[in-house]
Design a binder for this molecule. Structure first.
Ligand code: GAL
Length: 825
């Protein structure tokens, strides 16, 4: 009944009367906010420096945001963004949108909300300057009601985005209105921006106390008497509600504190991320004037110096990954399905934690982490006052850091998936007294707005040392601590790398819990192998030095054998991490490859090698090492491929679990049984190559658990298409990620095939990305053709708004083409 009333009230609100905008019909409580993404004009021109010079002659390209213009450009060795920026270009971009607002909204408050614009955005509405926001990752909003025309007259919004000064980032940033834009319309008496704060100070399985602090804003010129009711829903069922009468002055804000009890709460956990919804209603004279929805979770947690991370009374090891915000071939333009896919791939590997390195993420990422069950470290900054690149955020630090950090906490603090705030990554000031002062200030800002979570920083490392002599220094003395680590500003000591030092943590910091904020930085190219895995090439010795042995090329073997000098192999760090309870967990650098920051920092490399999954979303082999350790799934993964020169010695590795041993057969003949010994995480056979079939059988107590085979591929003849989802929504946004395999006549993957594949699509959908995951490819991610890497390629199809069947065809010279149908409905 109550729900019905809510829906009726929303219908009366009349938010649907803004033209040129899409209402999100999926959620009756979110109707205060409508999507403002469609039909923007875009103009890229470095020479225009003043918004008044944008005349009627300017050519505008029509597009929908989120939009990233940088990913549309060409890779260029001389790009001022450098290889760090993916050798792509920034520039100065303009966006324009025309819209009408209905007369009845003239008594309301209308605001425009940007989830993120990279960077230095400036916004005008009907010629009125609304403001500037240098930080490219922060969400912000402007009230525009005073400047709007109502009724038939048009309104025009102009956004200037200045990403022309390069370099300003160590990784690929993208440029433009790269996150969602919303138009929000409310009564003059309403819940303020990010106006709710929901906490659960007491949680048991019998009962939870839920506290609400709600900021009510009265923009009327008279005082108001109102009722504030907060109702808790589980799915669509009302759980409980609390009501309070208030009297609020003209043009005033007031914080309303309420408390509710939830009997037998269903707790949020990583395995069962149960959410509740709080709906705040403000009523005047029994009429609801505003509704505001907040998702939250009920859970208890602590970081313990001995037991690590405890969630709802149970110890949970954080098995996390760091992620940058780009979405591979889609660039940095956010798409909820693309983020969801990344998270699903991570979840299937056993990942339970995400670090938003090194900036506030898109709100959709946090919503998904809430729903899917990830332990999030929400990070604010990659630098403070001291620059890491010439034109980075350090230039805006003095003026903006307090506001940016405050806004991040206010926006994000209701997400149950967030457990830690990180105030910075590898901050140059971490060794100095100045760093201590800044850390205390930042920690103070966080604590004032959210005392329920812990503050950390990603330090490199917690103790001053030469990474090659790391252990010795710990044994000898306690001098040389990182000043930030000992400042008292951090609730958890965050280690970047230095896994050799983890075991000394309790000795050095007996009273402060541990988290490995960043680990590993191992390097792999998917599907590429040096035949013998213990020949560790001196590659790359250091990213700032030349190769020592000349001619290795920028392709890295996918045996877990190559690492950045400050990092480790995947196995090395996990072996330490799994040994001790006090090590709360780790965030591996990185879950996915990302554009920019290749290591070596050298042309022709333009994207990273650190990912456990490549840029296209194809897992590298080590993915299955984690899966065998981090999930309950039964795993038997065999590699490399089986196409080598006759007689050549090849190392065959297997990752497995839930079994005592693995036996390997080459063309039906056993080549030996292997078992993991001690802390081994894989088994290996070194055998001379002979074409045919390699078969592995894992056994427990003599019984077969799993079997897997790899066959020698013949000549490549076919293309095979696999859509991750053959049916997608007709909402103009949804995506189908289609994998292309190049195979021989028997369907065996051709592991060395690198044919150029041409795509064509019939219907109203679009090809929005193509990618092979190759860090040295300079082909555009935005074309309709792409060269495969080691037998695989990806094409991303976006639905139109029409119900239809899309027909996708892939073809390549010398190969049989292949077609697949994607249903849009
Ligand atoms: C870390 C840094 C990351 C990334 C990584 C590459 O030191 O925090 O942002 O640069 O190195 O190994």
């Amino acid at each position: 009944m109550k729900n019905l009333n809510l829906l009726k009230t929303l219908a009366i609100f009349g938010f649907i009367v803004i033209f040129g905008c899409h209402k999100d019909n999926s959620d009756p409580f979110s109707s205060r906010k409508i999507s403002f993404n469609s039909d923007w004009g875009f103009h890229l021109n470095d020479s225009i420096i003043d918004k008044d010079t944008i005349g009627t002659n300017t050519k505008w390209r029509t597009l929908n945001v989120p939009h990233d213009w940088t990913v549309e450009g060409k890779f260029d060795e001389k790009s001022p963004a450098g290889y760090g920026g993916g050798a792509l270009t920034g520039g100065l971009g303009w966006y324009k949108k025309t819209f009408k607002v209905a007369d009845e909204d003239s008594t309301k408050v209308t605001s425009i909300i940007f989830d993120g614009v990279y960077k230095n955005s400036e916004v005008w509405v009907n010629g009125h300057y609304l403001g500037k926001r240098p930080n490219g990752y922060i969400s912000f909003q402007y009230e525009i009601s005073p400047y709007l025309n109502y009724g038939d007259k048009n309104n025009e919004i102009i956004v200037k985005v200045d990403n022309s000064k390069q370099p300003n980032s160590r990784w690929y940033s993208g440029s433009g209105i790269f996150r969602n834009v919303w138009l929000e319309t409310t009564d003059k008496l309403h819940v303020g921006q990010w106006g709710t704060y929901v906490t659960t100070p007491k949680v048991t399985t019998e009962k939870a106390t839920v506290k609400f602090e709600t900021t009510i804003q009265n923009q009327n010129s008279t005082s108001k008497k109102a009722t504030v009711t907060t109702t808790i829903f589980k799915k669509n069922t009302k759980v409980t509600s609390v009501t309070q009468n208030i009297s609020i002055g003209a043009k005033a804000n007031q914080t309303v504190k309420q408390e509710a009890q939830v009997e037998t709460p269903i707790l949020w956990s990583v395995e069962a991320p149960e959410l509740y919804t709080a709906v705040t209603e403000i009523s005047v004279d029994d009429k609801i004037v505003d509704q505001y929805k907040t998702n939250f979770g009920i859970r208890s947690f602590k970081f313990d110096v001995d037991k690590g991370f405890i969630l709802n009374g149970k110890q949970v090891k954080i098995k996390g990954v760091c992620m940058h915000h780009d979405l591979g071939p889609l660039g940095s333009a956010i798409n909820t399905r693309a983020i969801e896919r990344q998270l699903q791939i991570m979840k299937d590997m056993g990942v339970n934690g995400i670090r938003t390195s090194h900036n506030p993420p898109a709100p959709e990422l946090l919503d998904l982490c809430d729903k899917m069950g990830f332990i999030v470290m929400d990070e604010a900054f990659d630098m403070w006052k001291k620059a890491k690149t010439k034109y980075d955020y350090s230039l805006d630090w003095d003026q903006w850091h307090a506001k940016d950090l405050q806004d991040q906490i206010l926006r994000d603090r209701n997400h149950p998936s967030i457990f830690m705030w990180s105030i910075g990554n590898e901050i140059p000031e971490q060794w100095s007294d100045e760093g201590v002062v800044i850390a205390k200030e930042l920690s103070g800002i966080v604590k004032k707005l959210d005392a329920t979570r812990l503050v950390t920083a990603a330090m490199n490392p917690a103790v001053n040392m030469n990474i090659d002599e790391v252990t010795l220094q710990f044994e000898k003395s306690k001098t040389g601590f990182n000043k930030l680590a000992t400042s008292g500003a951090l609730d958890i000591i965050g280690y970047n790398y230095a896994h050799q030092t983890f075991e000394y943590h309790q000795k050095n910091f007996p009273n402060v819990p541990f988290i490995a904020t960043e680990t590993t930085s191992a390097l792999e190219t998917r599907g590429y192998y040096d035949a013998v895995s213990d020949v560790v090439k001196k590659w790359p010795v250091r990213w700032d030095l030349k190769f020592t042995d000349g001619n290795l090329g920028n392709t890295v073997s996918a045996y877990d054998q190559v690492q950045a000098p400050w990092g480790s192999t995947h196995e090395a760090t996990w072996k330490v991490m799994k040994k001790h309870d006090f090590l709360a967990g780790m965030y591996i650098w990185t879950g996915f490859d990302y554009i920019g920051e290749p290591t070596p920092y050298e042309w022709p490399s333009i994207s990273s090698y650190f990912g456990i999954v490549d840029l296209a979303g194809f897992p590298k082999d080590v993915y299955y090492m984690y899966q065998s350790e981090w999930t309950n799934k039964t795993v038997l993964h065999l590699f490399p491929h089986w196409n080598w020169a006759a007689g050549q010695n090849v190392d065959v590795w297997a990752y497995y679990n839930n079994a005592d041993e693995v036996e390997l057969f080459l063309n039906g003949k056993s080549v030996g049984v292997r078992s993991k010994k001690g802390d081994d995480l894989h088994v290996m056979w070194r055998i001379p190559f002979q074409a045919g079939t390699l078969k592995a059988i894992s056994r427990k107590n003599g019984k077969t658990v799993l079997e897997t085979e790899i066959k020698t591929a013949g000549t490549a003849t076919n293309l095979k298409l696999f859509a991750d989802r053959p049916t997608i929504k007709a909402d103009g946004n949804d995506l189908s990620f289609v994998t292309v395999d190049i195979t021989d006549a028997n369907g065996v993957l051709s592991p060395n095939a690198n044919n150029e594949i041409q795509f064509s699509l019939k219907g109203n959908g679009k090809i929005v990305g193509v990618c092979s995951g190759d860090p040295v490819s300079h082909e555009s991610y935005k074309g309709d053709r792409h060269t495969a890497l080691n037998g695989k390629c990806l094409v991303v199809i976006q639905a139109g708004e029409k119900v239809e069947k899309l027909e996708l065809t892939a073809s390549a010279s010398g190969l049989k083409s292949s077609t697949t149908i994607i249903t849009v409905k």
